[in-house]
Design a protein around this ligand. Structure first.
Ligand SMILES: NC(=O)c1ccc[n+]([C@@H]2O[C@H](COP(=O)([O-])OP(=O)(O)OC[C@H]3O[C@@H](n4cnc5c(N)ncnc54)[C@H](OP(=O)(O)O)[C@@H]3O)[C@@H](O)[C@H]2O)c1
Length: 329
């Protein structure tokens, strides 16, 4: 495993982290065997993954509970990132949410505490003060944000040091490249790349859009005719699957799996501190962790960029994976 610094904190995190949304959200992902989830976390530790991302919102706290149980004996060796939900951003709610996360995680500190989505009701200054108090009390070590666009990021940078911005970033979802990534790089805000496998599409497990289960076909890649979409767009199914085919061919030439190539591509991009790969069982963790050691030659990165550029242009600068009217500001 290889490690990078998390923003300006001095905390070292594995280039490939383990994302733990899918182990606790059966609606989107299908039934999870919790023994598999526990075993996946054990294997993550074994292969050198020291960075785990969760949120109070994942499975109404179940993801934090599973992580807390598995990581309790290893607490000092790992870096835990959690998130406070959008509806919990007033002063009192932030404090309560943090205490509840600490209990579920069986710890007395969270390494990185992130605002999951910016509030449009509570002023950011109020939330930030509450977070700064938690930091001063030693309950959190660093403050991060998630799904912050330029305006929100500018406000946050004025409020205090912003360790990281957790945003969607993968070969099929490159919207942050337009303005958010350059801003993060300019200000030393670490990018934590979420959905780096585009929710499993980049593993190559689906040959066409029709094969993707409805609950997983919710993003703006898919036609608004899919029952769980919440946007009104025609979708980009043809362009997405053309890009997936190209990634498959390039991966073959590289001699690595699509998942490894897709994750390695994210890790090679400017400003990326860690790639938050979701995994539901030990085999997925092992394969994903291998991406940390895969160096892609400049011509391979260029070929991947070229293959996915038409999709990037078609989707435009809105980073919101689910809504046309972007919640990013
Ligand atoms: N801040 C936010 O708003 C936000 C939003 C989304 C995600 N996140 C974070 O980012 C993490 C990762 O994102 P994500 O879960 O959306 O998607 P992802 O990492 O792009 O995809 C993960 C899914 O792909 C499949 N998979 C993973 N590795 C595989 C492999 N090697 N071979 C085959 N299939 C594999 C698994 O599902 P199956 O086995 O079921 O196919 C897994 O659940 C989350 O867990 C969460 O921590 C944050």
């Amino acid at each position: 495993m290889h490690y990078r610094l998390l923003g300006q904190t001095g905390i070292e995190v594995s280039i490939v982290a383990m994302g733990t949304w899918a182990i606790a959200d059966s609606f989107t992902w299908g039934k999870q065997d919790e023994d598999d989830a526990r075993a996946a976390i054990e294997v993550a530790l074994e292969v050198g993954i020291n960075f785990f991302d969760t949120a109070e919102g994942y499975g109404a706290g179940r993801s934090e509970e599973l992580l807390g149980e598995a990581l309790a004996p290893h607490r000092r060796e790992v870096v835990i990132a959690s998130k406070v939900s959008q509806h919990n951003l007033n002063r009192a709610a932030v404090r309560e949410a943090c205490e509840a996360s600490l209990r579920r995680l069986q710890t007395d500190y969270i390494d990185l505490y992130q605002i999951h989505w910016a509030s449009r009701e509570t002023p950011l200054a109020e939330t930030w003060e509450a977070l700064a108090e938690l930091k001063a009390a030693g309950k959190i070590r660093a403050i991060g944000v998630s799904n912050f666009g330029l305006q929100d990021l500018t406000e946050a940078l004025a409020a205090g040091p912003v360790t990281s911005n957790q945003v969607p970033y993968n070969l099929l979802w490159r919207a942050i490249e337009h303005t958010i990534q350059p801003k993060c790089v300019a200000h030393g805000v670490g990018i934590l790349a979420y959905s780096p496998l585009m929710q499993s599409l980049l593993t190559g497990k689906f040959a066409s859009a029709d094969e993707v289960p409805e609950t997983r076909a919710r993003t703006r890649l898919f036609s608004t005719a899919r029952p769980h979409t919440r946007h009104g767009e025609a979708g980009q199914e043809a362009a997405a699957f053309a890009a997936i085919d190209a990634v498959r061919n390039i991966s073959r030439e590289v001699g690595a799996s699509m998942a490894e190539v897709a994750l390695a591509w994210v890790a090679h991009q400017p400003g990326v501190a860690s790639v938050l790969a979701g995994a539901r069982n030990p085999a997925q963790v092992r394969q994903n962790s291998a991406a940390a050691g895969l160096t892609l030659a400049p011509d391979v990165i260029e070929a991947l960029n070229r293959a996915t550029d038409p999709l990037k242009q078609a989707l435009g600068p809105n980073p919101d994976m689910w809504l046309s009217e972007s919640r990013y500001r």
